[in-house]
Write a protein that binds this ligand. Structure first.
Ligand SMILES: [Zn+2]
Length: 435
């Protein structure tokens, strides 16, 4: 088995450690625990899927493994880690996402995700990962219930990931925290954060041809103009309730015979398409022209209906692909946020809130750990073999964690190898005691 070191957990941890080492320590000189060790310990906690910071702390006894696998020299206790990470500028983590992404390009792994010949589908969506009426920090979003006056504190972020309809894996890019200044109303918040996210995404990846896929919240004129200005293509959901003018316009065009309808059957599935190019987005933005595609998928008596706007000229040739691209949007919810919430990462668990940035920094470290896992899943045969052996992620994570905390190991590859092929590891370390 050929292992590409730079796409293995060990190579990626090393790269991340180098990146963390470049982040300037915000504290005075002569600190006990260096910033790089604190960040790396946080990443290790999420890579190992520890259920809490306390659980991670209790297992510091197995410090040699943290040192060998993650390169942590001085392991902070839980209080130290919280204090140190609380003042890290979340924006300083951006280069980490870029350097991990560059490994995927270097390994030609990204090519698996190419869509419609040359593009990458980037799915954007917001999520809430923290909500409380008691715990709060200076960067919490605040909402006051008008009737009761009760204030709810929360943290939300706008996530973005490269997705592909045929690919289970997703590649998260640097997410954008939704901040207090983004406003009180949920939709405004997300839209404001989207403006920052798309601009920064373009700065990070100036030449990548992206197709932005989003839900109907984003089918508005200012956002479409902004995407165009940044050189992004788009496929964005629209709803009859939110886009009455557009749907009425299409219905009128259909009555006049100006729309195109066709149907194809693949196996037991019927795919019906209905499209119109060059329609106004809404009454007040006649200059913003969109191409409209409507799609029905019928299996037996079950019918699913979707509608999108896009800047691709819709034709009989590309309608099916455009629909597949539009439908891949849900992968940011399902394969990204739901995986983070329910598949061992514990996105919604409060690992510590802090007074400034801790909550956001932990969320970003978790996203980095998730990205490293996704890269391994895409490109590391050893990881794939271990996963296959265990049958599920949950079992894989459990096994990984117990081996990490129970046995002396030198690398993550030792763990994957032990899980995939048994405990005797190439005669280097015999870690299975039969006595
Ligand atoms: Zn907060």
């Amino acid at each position: 088995m050929k292992i590409r070191q730079y796409l293995s957990a060990d190579g990626l941890f090393k790269l991340v450690r180098q990146g963390f080492a470049k982040i300037k320590d915000h504290r005075p000189m002569n600190v006990k625990v260096p910033l790089v060790d604190s960040l790396m310990s946080g990443l290790a906690m999420f890579a190992l899927k520890d259920p809490s910071l306390l659980a991670f702390d209790e297992r510091r006894a197995r410090g040699e493994n943290l040192q060998r696998v993650f390169g942590v020299e001085q392991i902070p206790c839980d209080t130290q880690m919280r204090e140190i990470l609380d003042d890290v500028d979340p924006e300083s983590m951006r280069p980490l996402f870029k350097s991990l992404f560059a490994q995927l390009q270097r390994g030609k792994v990204l090519e698996k995700m190419v869509f419609m010949g040359r593009y990458y589908l980037a799915s954007l969506d917001g999520t809430c990962y923290f909500c409380s009426q008691k715990i709060r920090c200076g960067n919490c979003l605040e909402r006051t219930q008008s009737k009761t006056g009760v204030v709810t504190y929360s943290h939300q972020m706008l996530g973005v990931a490269i997705v592909h309809p045929d690919c289970k894996e997703v590649i998260p890019l640097m997410p954008e925290p939704i901040i207090k200044q983004d406003g009180e109303a949920k939709n405004d918040c997300e839209r404001n954060a989207a403006k920052r996210l798309t601009q920064r995404m373009r700065q990070d990846h100036p030449r990548l041809p992206f197709i932005i896929v989003e839900d109907s919240l984003y089918a508005n004129a200012p956002h479409l103009r902004e995407l165009k200005r940044l050189g992004f293509r788009h496929i964005i959901g629209v709803k009859p309730g939110d886009h009455k003018y557009l749907f009425a316009y299409v219905a009128q065009a259909q009555a006049e015979g100006r729309t195109t309808e066709f149907e194809i059957k693949i196996g037991a599935v019927r795919h019906r398409f209905h499209f119109l190019n060059d329609a106004p987005l809404n009454e007040s933005n006649q200059d913003v022209r969109v191409n409209f595609l409507q799609y029905w998928e019928t299996v037996g008596d079950k019918v699913q209906h979707f509608a999108w706007i896009t800047d691709f000229i819709v034709s009989r040739d590309n309608a099916f692909e455009l629909a597949r691209g539009g439908r891949a949007r849900w992968k940011i919810e399902n394969e990204t946020f739901n995986t983070l919430k329910n598949q061992g990462y514990q996105f919604e668990h409060n690992f510590g809130h802090g007074e400034n940035h801790l909550s956001v920094v932990f969320a970003l470290l978790m996203m980095l750990a998730f990205l490293i896992d996704q890269i391994q899943q895409l490109a590391c045969q050893l990881f794939q073999a271990a996963w296959q052996k265990m049958g599920s992620k949950r079992r894989l994570w459990e096994r990984m964690r117990s081996l990490f905390y129970e046995l002396p190991i030198t690398s993550m590859s030792d763990i994957w190898r032990a899980i995939a092929y048994g405990f005797h590891i190439e005669g280097r370390i015999v870690i299975h005691d039969t006595s």
